[in-house]
Design a protein around this ligand. Structure first.
Ligand code: CP
Length: 310
């Protein structure tokens, strides 16, 4: 049976479009693919002959490289293009750039863009599959999927867990995808951060807004801390990063309030000493590098499921 018969989606634009059983199916597929990356020869022929283009209009270390590694481990041909090295610098629009790439007949375009909705716009204009690798402050679906996979690996079940997401909720596409994903999978999601960085409609997405970091972290099974997205703030929404660290940073004292076996997560890049104490980032509760490892498996699963691998 081909993956196309098992998974009905051509594009991955956000977790809002995926039902809980579909999220579960992606995680199961990723869990089965993880073993490939532990072999001495880390390659399977599943996507041989398929072409994948990474089109990144914003910087990335983890997402771009792990999509490329995932595609290569499944034998797809991969190509990378960034805004700095493309004709976007000469004024070409994103859709024109994508249409020209589509004219070369790729099977999948993975796009990161500062504008929310760019992957959806692209999906309407080209025949290839589109994966959202992060669009503005909207969604980052593959990050939330790798976070769900990491939590499932450490906790067994997601349903019933208390997940605290701390920081810049307004500008964080990671927070938005995780609130949707963890809520759909039956976890209780709590958010906390400066009032200027908590959007008014967040409760409608399924999150409980806590008045303080302490209340959000108390008895939590998962503590996810986020970077302040200064690049998305037109006017500074914080007095200073130093004050943010004092009032909203996750410290050894704060983490003592969480469940004794709570895990600490961060999507990266980390601003050490601002949102997260460096000792905690590298300590025994941290699963931050497990998140990165699982990113490859999740992206292998997504490429396989939407490109119809056998
Ligand atoms: N988590 C994440 O999206 O990291 P990059 O910006 O390095 O891709």
């Amino acid at each position: 049976m081909s993956s196309g018969q098992l998974f009905p989606h051509k594009h991955i634009l956000g977790l809002a479009q995926l039902a809980a059983p579909e999220i579960d199916f992606i995680l199961q597929t990723a869990e089965s693919f993880k073993e490939i990356s532990q072999r001495s020869i880390k390659k399977v022929p599943t996507l041989r002959g398929k072409t994948v283009i990474n089109l990144f209009f914003e910087p990335s270390t983890r997402t771009r490289l792990s999509f490329e590694i995932a595609a290569k481990r499944m034998s797809a041909d991969t190509f990378n293009i960034s805004s700095a090295g493309s004709s976007a610098v000469k004024g070409e629009t994103m859709v024109d750039t994508a249409r020209n790439l589509a004219a070369m007949n790729p099977d999948c375009i993975i796009i990161r863009h500062s504008r929310s909705g760019s992957p959806g716009l692209l999906a309407r204009h080209i025949g290839a599959s589109v994966i959202n690798a992060g669009d503005g402050a909207h969604e980052h679906p593959s990050q939330a999927l790798l976070d769900l996979m990491t939590v499932r690996e450490h906790k067994g079940e997601i349903a019933g867990l208390k997940v605290a997401i701390i920081g810049d909720i307004t500008h964080s596409r990671v927070a938005h995808s995780n609130i949707i994903g963890f809520s759909k999978m039956g976890a209780q999601v709590r958010v906390a951060g400066p009032a200027t960085l908590i959007p008014p409609g967040i409760a409608a997405m399924g999150a409980m807004v806590c008045p303080s970091v302490r209340e959000a972290v108390r008895d939590a099974d998962v503590v996810m801390t986020l970077r302040i997205q200064q690049e998305r703030q037109l006017d500074p929404l914080l007095p200073s990063l130093r004050e943010y660290a004092i009032f909203y940073g996750i410290t050894p004292e704060i983490i003592e309030l969480a469940s004794p076996d709570a895990i600490i997560m961060h999507p990266g890049p980390i601003n050490r000493g601002v949102e997260l104490d460096p000792g905690l980032a590298d300590g025994p509760r941290s699963v931050i590098l497990d998140q990165v490892t699982n990113g490859v498996a999740v992206r292998m699963a997504l490429l396989y499921l939407i490109m119809g691998g056998e």
